[in-house]
Design a protein around this ligand. Structure first.
Ligand code: BGC
Length: 408
């Protein structure tokens, strides 16, 4: 009875989400139940050695062509007549705030829809993630939802999923070079970068001002396909100004590989910024803007600036609205972030799972952009929302994403 009621509630929530689209809608239930969060927080990473062996043994088989994803989808529908069944959810790490929210939201919403959930976090270790996915396959998961650590490293294990006719949904990050991926649920990653670039363009009045202005650039992990979209979106706005000399990158580090941050780690961004400041800005030279693709890198840049930089505070961009970064926005240390409501992404993904299980059509709104090397993966792109000190209350507190206390 309780489950039925919850299911009904979720269906209504999902209908509302479908009607309003992903953007800014907070129709899906928030992941605030302590029980769920605690459960998610206590998931253990499985040992990695076996998976590594299996991965290297079968590496060459990954490209083989067999049943297309649609067949796998049909198969899952055949074996499960209605809601109910087991869903494996593989998340990259608990180190960054958003994945804890993503995992908790997925678990809560899948359970509410009547599914059994196997939620795993892999401590940003690729072999651990591979091993966890193998375990999900062997323990009877009927659909896999995977936020990959390295989009290029799952081909082999996903061959196993395909052989077992288990459909795969790439969650937030596209899984590359695997034809086992049925769907991709994410935010519009290119738009995230565009919003960051346009913010800097507007704040420095680059269309009109003479400049030159100094800027430094931080993006994400090279193994995360999203990082190239964030970087690409921002650079499509900013690169012309760099080329004409209105924006100057004193470090000389502009290309993707030069500005990437392994694992999106705050400490890595921080130490790179330490080196940049000491080589280029220690003499009082003004740094006008720091393009950071997300909040964990923005935090590293901010920490470094606080410790080493004495000039006027630069514009700093970010993404995710992590608690530490929203606090920094309130304190005037970070200029903007991008709000990606993980409740909405989870709701969309649960709709996809449900459609796969029931053999109905999964929601997609983009069939052009995300080619993973084996063809375009049908995608649902949620809309990212600009956030700053002026609208964070409405976006984050009024929608129940955070409480005021979270941000104190
Ligand atoms: C996500 C970002 C996140 C980053 C680091 C990306 O794939 O899209 O929201 O900041 O990973 O976790």
């Amino acid at each position: 009875m309780k489950r039925k009621l919850l299911g009904t509630f979720l269906s209504v929530a999902m209908m509302a989400s479908m009607l309003t689209g992903c953007a800014g809608s907070s129709s899906a239930p928030a992941a605030t139940e302590t029980e769920t969060s605690t459960e998610a927080a206590s998931e253990e990473a499985a040992p990695a050695e076996e998976a590594t062996e299996a991965a290297s043994e079968e590496a060459t088989e990954a490209a083989s062509e067999e049943a297309p994803a649609e067949e796998a989808t049909e198969e899952a529908a055949e074996t499960t007549e209605s809601a109910g069944g087991k869903v494996g959810v593989a998340m990259p790490t608990k180190d960054l705030q958003r994945w804890n929210q993503d995992g908790a939201n997925m678990e809560e919403q899948l359970k509410a829809a009547g599914y059994e959930v196997d939620l795993q976090y892999a401590s940003n270790d690729i072999a651990t993630q591979v091993s966890q996915i193998e375990n999900m396959i062997s323990s009877g998961a009927q659909v896999l939802v995977i936020a990959s650590i390295d989009g290029d490293s799952l081909g082999t294990v996903l061959e196993q999923a395909k052989e077992a006719e288990i459909p795969v949904i790439a969650y937030d990050r596209l899984i590359m070079n695997s034809d086992a991926v049925s769907y991709y649920a994410t935010f519009d990653n290119y738009m995230v970068g565009t919003k960051q670039g346009e913010y800097i363009e507007k704040e420095l009045d680059l269309k009109n001002a003479e400049g030159p202005f100094n800027i430094e650039i931080f993006t994400g992990d090279p193994g995360d396909n999203n990082a190239r979209f964030f970087y690409g979106g921002a650079m499509d706005v900013l690169k012309p100004y760099i080329d004409e000399g209105k924006l100057v990158v004193k470090s000389g580090q502009v290309e993707f590989d030069e500005v990437a941050t392994a694992n999106w780690a705050t400490e890595t961004a921080q130490s790179r910024m330490d080196a940049i400041i000491s080589a280029n800005y220690a003499d009082g030279t003004k740094l006008d803007a720091v393009l950071c693709s997300n909040d964990s890198t923005a935090l590293g840049a901010t920490n470094s600036l606080e410790a080493n930089y004495t000039g006027d505070w630069p514009i700093i961009t970010g993404q995710d609205c992590d608690v530490a970064n929203v606090k920094n926005m309130i304190a005037g240390k970070q200029s903007m972030s991008i709000f990606k409501d993980t409740r909405d992404l989870a709701a969309k993904t649960v709709e996809m799972v449900d459609a796969i299980m029931k053999g109905t059509e999964a929601p997609v709104n983009n069939t052009e952009t995300y080619d993973n090397g084996t063809g375009v993966i049908p995608s649902y792109l949620c809309e990212p929302v600009f956030a700053d000190v002026n609208n964070y209350k409405e976006l984050l507190i009024d929608s129940g994403y955070y409480t005021e206390d979270d941000l104190k």
